[in-house]
Design a binder for this molecule. Sequence first.
Ligand SMILES: [Zn+2]
Length: 160
Amino acid sequence: MDYLWTPWRYHYVRQAGPEQGCLFCEVLKRNQDAETLIFFRGRYNFILLNRYPYTTGHSMVAPYEHVAELDQAAQETLAEMIHLCQRLQRVLAAEYKAEGYNLGMNLGRVAGAGVAGHLHMHVLPRWGGDTSFMTTVGETRLEPEDLGTTYGKLRSHFEK
Ligand SMILES: [Zn+2]
């Protein structure tokens, strides 16, 4: 049997129902980046930490514009999105000695998107042995670092 690997899905499916509005547009509007875990604002995209990380440093790159589909996004937005993924990968390598990465998008609720109306790319650092029995079976994640600490580290790298 094959399993689709969508660890970020579970919490968002529970917490962000379609009636609740768009998480990404809301955090942008609030303009309280430390609280909403936005650690970088680019020209067309911003980067924030996932509040329910699968691994330490689990981030999301999203455009400012509320677009649901890849073909609705402007070329320069997509180019910057990939460029920011590249920077993020360098930062995660430097700060956390990541050994591998998962990058992915879930387009549409049926594909597992918790926030289905707003494009976002997940970037997850990985290390050997980071998928434990607790994670895969128990839906419980063991995070060695609190979000505030991760936020401070990643933000300082992007300020350079
Ligand atoms: Zn939105």
